[in-house]
Design a protein around this ligand. Structure first.
Ligand code: CA
Length: 388
């Protein structure tokens, strides 16, 4: 059931989610308020429909630009659901119109557009901004990093959000977690991968830090937009590609252009999306609307993970039953090698960039601690339930 459902059960779920989020969020809000000055300013930049600036009766119309094609399944629907939820929660006082990539600004132009105040909000992924902020991938996903449950814990209860806000502050942006795809798949390969030798010279679409790791391991990483993956595979521009997981991969028809489907997603173990809000616009709205944005973002962050878990499972079944695809694991020696290369690369980046070093330390310390707990809880249970 999606957040935007209007059924009684859906409404009840939303109320429960909101109440829980509000209860558990009280201490978190206090911490956030210390990190960022949220005090309203005297001038309103937003379109005033009626009432005085900042008064409870005032209605606001915002625009949100995104890095996804309009209404793209899953991640592209996340901002749409957020917008509907905010409108309902605010009783129509905050209306946010969502734009797909290229409608107002190109996909990778959203950071600047929100930063300079051309639009109020954006939805995308922090790791797209690693050219400006080398540490930004920690706020999406990094190779051999934390899974969705763990990164949510770091962001909301492990100091991650405060660091994220500090990092975005010079750009006049306030970030929020904005959905998670869960662990992704290693991707689609035209030929079988049996050893490290098979990576040598392999041309793969794999962006970000993972792409650099893949290149250092002997492959050639390229960055190609999702919409061009099918043709690039078909025409031999690339030999392999990662995208997301069964749900999104099947919608691009990737099972038609490659026969080997590998897991697990060493490169993106729990990709978190982001909402970004222009700080001046944020300061121009009343505190109750600010709270609605915070709580709606938190609810949608979880909702996206729930949707991906359900839809990936049924899409995997479809791939297996109707297309004869049997996913397999990358060889252990390949994964161990990629892990070694990744750790060397992190150490190199930390030595070059002070902010990267600071965030890596927080992220890594949290991962070490949560891993010890998950080893005897989540992981142990996965093994236990397979006994019979
Ligand atoms: Ca991906």
């Amino acid at each position: 059931m999606s957040i935007s459902s209007s059924s009684p059960i859906g409404t009840l779920s939303i109320v429960v989610v909101i109440l829980l989020a509000a209860l558990v969020g009280v201490s978190g809000l206090y911490v956030q308020q210390r990190a960022v000055d949220y005090s309203p300013r005297s001038t309103s930049i937003n379109k005033q429909i009626d009432g005085e600036p900042g008064s409870l009766g005032q209605r606001y119309e915002w625009r949100m630009v995104t890095t996804w094609p309009k209404n793209f399944p899953g991640i592209g629907m996340t901002p749409e659901r957020f917008s509907k939820l905010v409108e309902r929660m605010s009783n129509g006082r905050l209306v946010i119109r969502v734009y797909g990539s290229g409608e107002l600004v190109p996909a990778l132009g959203i950071f600047d557009a929100v930063s300079n105040g051309s639009v109020e909000m954006g939805h995308g992924s922090a790791y797209y901004w690693k050219g400006k902020i080398p540490a930004s991938p920690f706020f999406t996903s990094v190779p051999f990093g934390m899974n969705a449950q763990e990164i949510n814990a770091w962001i909301h209860y492990g100091g991650g959000l405060e660091l994220w806000r500090t990092v975005y502050k010079p750009f006049g942006l306030i970030p929020f977690s904005g959905g998670n795809t869960g662990i992704q798949m290693s991707g689609w390969f035209k030929k079988e991968i049996r050893s490290i030798d098979d990576l040598q010279g392999l041309k793969m679409r794999i962006p970000g830090i993972a792409g650099e790791v893949f290149s250092r391991a002997g492959g050639t990483s390229v960055t190609i937009p999702g919409s061009e993956l099918y043709t690039s595979m078909q025409t031999g521009v690339i030999d392999a590609t990662e995208w997301v997981g069964p749900y999104n991969d099947i919608s691009f028809g990737l099972h038609e252009v490659a026969e080997h489907y590998y897991h697990s997603g060493w490169h993106e173990p729990g990709a978190m999306l982001e909402f970004i809000v222009n700080e001046d616009k944020w300061n121009s709205i009343p505190k109750d609307l600010q709270a609605i944005i915070e709580v709606a973002a938190r609810a949608i962050n979880q909702d996206t993970l729930d949707e991906y878990t359900a839809r990936n499972a049924t899409a995997l079944q479809n791939l297996q039953s109707n297309f004869g695809i049997t996913p397999k694991a990358l060889p252990r020696e390949v994964l161990q090698y990629l892990n070694e290369v990744a750790l060397e690369y992190y150490a190199e980046l930390a030595a070059q960039d002070e902010q990267f070093a600071e965030i890596y330390e927080s992220y890594n310390n949290f991962q070490i601690t949560v891993r010890k707990y998950h080893d005897i809880s989540e992981k142990e249970y996965y093994i236990t339930r397979d006994y019979n």
